[in-house]
Each structure stands twice: as C-alpha cells, then as structure tokens.
Design a binder for this molecule. Structure first.
Ligand SMILES: O=C(O)c1cc(=O)[nH]c(=O)n1[C@@H]1O[C@H](COP(=O)(O)O)[C@@H](O)[C@H]1O
Length: 284
C-alpha cells in the first residue's frame, strides 16, 4: 500500500457501503449538450460536466468521465477534464476515467503514469483498460495502480453486441478468451480483502448464461449497459449470479438525460441506485 492511503479496492468497497453501489458516467454527447441547451463547444462541455459534478459528486460512489468526449475539444477539453476530476474527487466521489487504454508494455507504462501516478495532472482513482494486446501487456497499469493505491478495470465481457465474437472465442486450453482475462484478474486479486483493486468490466447486457466464472474475480465488476443500451436491474441477477455483491452498476445517458436540472439529476441517480440496490440485495 502506498502513500499511507487505503487501496482502491478498499476505498471502493467503503464508498459502495456508505453511498450505495452506483457509478454514473459523465458522457457529454453532442446530442446531450444540445438537449441541455448548451453549445457544442468547450464552454458547453464545461457547463455540462461541472453540473453533473455539482449534482452527483457528493452522493454517488463513482463518477466515470468518458475521455473521448473531452478529447474532442483538444487542449481546452482536457483542461475541463482536469477540473472535473479534481472537483469530483474533492466532493468525495471516486473517479474512474473511461479511456480503454492498452498498448505494448513500454508504452503502456507511459499511459499508466499519465492516469495513475498521483503526480500527473490527470491522475484519477482508476482507468478502464483493454487486455486484447495480451493480459501481460497490462502489467505496467496493474503495477502502477497497486503502487499508488489506484485501480484498473479490465474489459472482459463488454456490453456491445460485437464483443462476443472475440471474447467468447475458445482458447487452446478450452477456456474462453474472456475467462482467461477473468482468471488473470483473479490471480492479481487473490487473497486481498475486502476487495481487490483490479476490476473487470462485464456488461449487464450479457444475458443468457454465458457460463463465465465471475465470483472468483475478488474485485469490482463494473456493469455498464444499463438504461440506454437496454439492460435493466432485473437482468443483474441472471448475468452475475453469486457475484452480485461485487457489482458496480453504471449508467450514463439514462441519468444524464434528466439534466441540466440538478434536482432532476439527483432524483434520477437516486432512482436507479435504489432499483439496483433491490436487485443486488443491498440496503436501499
Ligand atoms: O468501459 C466502459 O465504461 C464501457 C464498457 C462496456 O462494455 N460498455 C460500455 O458501454 N462502456 C461505457 O459505458 C458508457 C455507457 O453509456 P450509456 O449507454 O449511456 O449508459 C459509455 O461511456 C461506454 O463507453
């Protein structure tokens, strides 16, 4: 454990206990900026993202900005992202930057330094990463995260319909590609209590009993795909089975479409948090 702080897994576990299991994505789609009456430029981006932070950062466990929506405004967009990350963390939310990185090891280290070293201007609590250059290529992310009490969420069973063509492919030893990813995560998290700092991304849309062993991951299971992509809290039990205690449900558009009214954003987040709590068997 670094810096005398608690591990990301421990901080997330505590946040899910005190604030409830909910991640809200900060996804400033152009269409949402329009719907909020904002210009599709860096000033509109800033108003949008800071309103979400004002509404939700003091009450939800996790905020998850989607990096591309900030990057599309260049340096000004990145400056907004830095502000949003700092304000969200100051208000007590954990920040997971959805940036889906993955590269050869030497370059992966530079990405890890950019997002997971507290000395970086863009340091966050955790990032999303892609294992499809081989799980071993993620070692710099995992090592840097653990050294600084940060986390990573590794794409395993993504919510998009194209995912299974790669992730359900069967490797030489008979496991699916996704199961090999889940097993690698489990190995990193083995023996860690209360929760490992390496999570898996498992879409709530992955219904139909895929037979993957999620319970032994011993880390958080980020579950996007709820709301706008069609999955509902009622799907969580069949997708996650005995792994329900580790599920972190994630919504973006379903909540964001209620802005810019702060009270309406709070009400929407509270509604989905309660619906998910009931599905996950957590206190409301
Ligand atoms: O890593 C992610 O966050 C992610 C993984 C995945 O499998 N599916 C998925 O939708 N996401 C992200 O989660 C968010 C979903 O947004 P909504 O569909 O509006 O709730 C987007 O920012 C996606 O990029």
């Amino acid at each position: 454990m670094a810096d005398g702080a608690a591990s990301f897994g421990a901080r997330l576990d505590a946040a899910m206990s005190t604030r409830g299991a909910l991640c809200v994505g900060v996804d400033p789609h152009a269409a949402l900026l329009r719907a909020w009456g904002l210009p599709d430029d860096a000033s509109g981006l800033e108003r949008f993202a800071r309103t979400v932070v004002e509404a939700l950062a003091d009450r939800v466990a996790v905020l998850k900005p989607q990096s591309a929506f900030f990057e599309r405004f260049g340096a000004r967009g990145i400056a907004v992202l830095e502000t949003v990350v700092a304000e969200a963390r100051a208000a007590g939310a954990l920040v997971v930057l959805d940036v889906k990185r993955g590269d050869i090891g030497s370059t992966a280290q530079a990405y890890a330094d950019a997002y997971l070293d507290p000395a970086s201007p863009l340091a966050v609590d955790a990032v999303t990463v892609s294992p499809y250059l081989g799980f071993g290529s993620l070692r710099p992310f995992v090592d840097t995260a653990l050294a600084h009490d940060r986390g990573v969420f590794v794409l395993a069973l993504t919510s998009n319909p194209e995912g299974p063509s790669v992730q359900h492919a069967v490797a030489a030893d008979g496991r699916t590609v996704a199961q090999t990813v889940l097993d690698e995560i489990a190995a990193v998290n083995a023996g860690v209590s209360p929760l490992g700092s390496v999570g898996a991304v498992v879409g709530a849309t992955i219904t139909g009993g895929t037979g993957h062993d999620l319970a032994k991951v011993n880390g958080p299971l980020l579950a996007p795909g709820l709301g706008a992509q069609g999955a509902t809290p009622a799907d969580l039990a069949s997708v996650f089975g005995s792994a329900l205690p580790w599920v972190l449900p994630s919504y973006s558009r379903e909540v964001l479409q209620n802005g810019p009214d702060v009270a309406a954003l709070r009400h929407a987040a509270d509604t989905v948090r309660r619906q998910c709590a009931s599905a996950l068997g957590r206190p409301a």
